[in-house]
Design a protein around this ligand. Sequence first.
Ligand SMILES: Cc1cc2nc3c(=O)[nH]c(=O)nc-3n(C[C@H](O)[C@H](O)[C@H](O)COP(=O)(O)O)c2cc1C
Length: 193
Amino acid sequence: MQITEAPLAVTLVVGSNRHGRFGPVVADWLLDRMRDRDDLAPDVLDVAETDLPTTFAPTAEARAALSAVTPKLAAADAFVVLTPEYNHSYPAGLKNLIDWHFTEWRAKPVALVSYGGLSGGLRAVEHLRQVFAELHAVTLRDTVSFHNAGTSFEEGRLKDPTAADAAAKVMLDQLVWWGLGLREAREKRAYSG
Ligand SMILES: Cc1cc2nc3c(=O)[nH]c(=O)nc-3n(C[C@H](O)[C@H](O)[C@H](O)COP(=O)(O)O)c2cc1C
C-alpha cells in the first residue's frame, strides 16, 4: 500500500551570528541535502537575521522581533539545528532564540548538525540535547559533524562529500520517521507534558 503524506515541514535553524561567520557555507550544503528530498519541505530561520532582546520582557520591541521568528518555529513539524562550537558549547544567540519559545519545540524531533575545530562541535551538540530535553523535544541519535570545518570545504563545496552526504541521509531519514510519527500523534491526541 502506498501511503501519500504531506512532506514534513522542517525549519533549519542556523545557529551562528558572528560577523564573518562560516555557518552559511554549512547551511547551504545542508539545505541542498534537504531540498534533494521530496519528503521534506524546508524553511530557514537564521539567528543572525533575528533581533530578539536578551532581556525577557513583553515589550513592543520583543513582540516585533518574535513576530518574524515564532511562526517559523510554530509551523515546523521538525527541526534541524546547525551549531558551531564556541568555548565548548553553542552560541549565546541560539540559546536566546531557544529560550524565547516553549510550545513551538514541544513533542517535535530535532536533528543536530555541528561544525568547529578539532571536536567538530560535538560538545555543543551534547549541550543542546540537555536543553531540548527540558523543552519536551526529541533529539536524534545520529548527527552530522564537521571537524576543522574550514578545511573540509573549498569555494563553498565539500572537498569530499561522500561521508557527510551519507551521514546526512541517515540523520534526515530518522528525522522523517520521528517527524511523521510525532505529527500524527499530535494530531490524534494532545501531548500530556
Ligand atoms: C568565541 C569562539 C569560541 C570557539 N571555541 C571553540 C571550541 O571550544 N571548540 C572548537 O572546536 N572550536 C571553537 N571555535 C571555532 C569555531 O567553532 C569555528 O571557528 C566555527 O567556524 C565558528 O562558527 P561561525 O564561523 O559560524 O561563527 C571557537 C570560535 C569562536 C569565535
